[in-house]
Design a binder for this molecule. Structure first.
Ligand SMILES: Nc1ncnc2c1ncn2[C@@H]1O[C@H](COP(=O)(O)OP(=O)(O)O)[C@@H](O)[C@H]1O
Ligand SMILES: [Mg+2]
Length: 241
């Protein structure tokens, strides 16, 4: 099937608004460079973007498309403002592009440091191509929906990832059971667009919230308190599990 036909099909499956000119151009570039060969189905249609399963040759990939028309872009600007790396023009398109690039670069930093995130593959405009987490029939479930065989093991891994992230200067800032996938019994952290540097004036507040969210979730399964986890993450305590 030609890529134009593929896109027509996707358009019929989702809101047309997403596929503005800039998005079509980005997808076209990614397809002509061979990063995407065809689209399968939408995995998620959220407030700030859509995620599709697609194919790159024989392998599955996940394609995250940030919306150009979004009222949440003001929120995005607020986060970007603190980030000296991302001095961008204040128009909506530039901000969304910078946002996508920021998520892509953060995925790279985390992946290289050994934090389990989807491996980043390519970024063009408001589109990111990354490793698909899931199997042939369906995408991996979110932590909130997954059946946990060993909750303690998953908690311990997430605690270690949070600590490693902090050590390389990154605070997730939207960490919860909604942004962790469970694949083959292992946690995979996603949605790293809104991360902030640990030197950000808001960093500690965000980290406390991240720690609180994940503690609240795992308290159903294991005995753990926020304070202990926070100390472990910032390096004031050596062991947690
Ligand atoms: N690499 C991936 N592989 C499989 N599913 C993914 C992947 N990335 C995201 N998803 C799915 O898409 C949803 C939305 O992605 P996310 O990055 O959390 O964006 P947002 O929450 O901003 O819409 C996730 O909840 C998850 O179900
Ligand atoms: Mg999310």
């Amino acid at each position: 099937m030609s890529w134009e036909k593929e896109l027509d099909e996707i358009l019929s499956k989702t809101e047309g608004e997403v596929f503005e000119k800039a998005t079509l151009q980005s997808l076209w570039k990614l397809m002509s460079k061979g990063y995407i060969s065809s689209f399968d189905f939408p995995i998620s249609t959220g407030k700030e973007g859509n995620v599709f399963r697609a194919k790159r040759g024989d392998e599955f990939v996940a394609v995250k498309i940030y919306r150009i028309n979004t009222s949440t872009f003001r929120n995005i600007s607020k986060y970007l403002m603190y980030d000296s790396l991302y001095k961008v023009k204040k128009d909506r398109r530039s901000i969304i592009f910078a946002w996508a690039k920021k998520e892509f670069n953060t995925l790279k930093r985390l992946y290289d440091a050994g934090v389990r995130v989807p491996k980043p593959i390519a970024n063009e405009g408001n589109v990111i191509v990354m490793e698909y987490i899931g199997d042939a029939s369906q995408a991996a479930p979110l932590l909130k929906d997954a059946v946990l065989d060993d909750a303690e093991k998953i908690f311990c891994k997430l605690a270690r990832y949070l600590r490693l992230m902090y050590r390389i200067g990154i605070v997730h800032a939207d960490f919860s059971e909604y942004n962790v996938l469970i694949h083959n019994g292992e946690p995979v952290i996603i949605d790293v667009g809104q991360t902030v540097g640990s030197d950000n004036p808001m960093a500690m507040e965000f980290l406390k919230r991240d720690v609180k969210n994940i503690t609240r979730f795992f308290r159903k399964y294991i005995s753990i308190d926020e304070d202990t986890l926070f100390k472990y993450v910032v390096g004031d305590k050596d062991e947690i599990c």
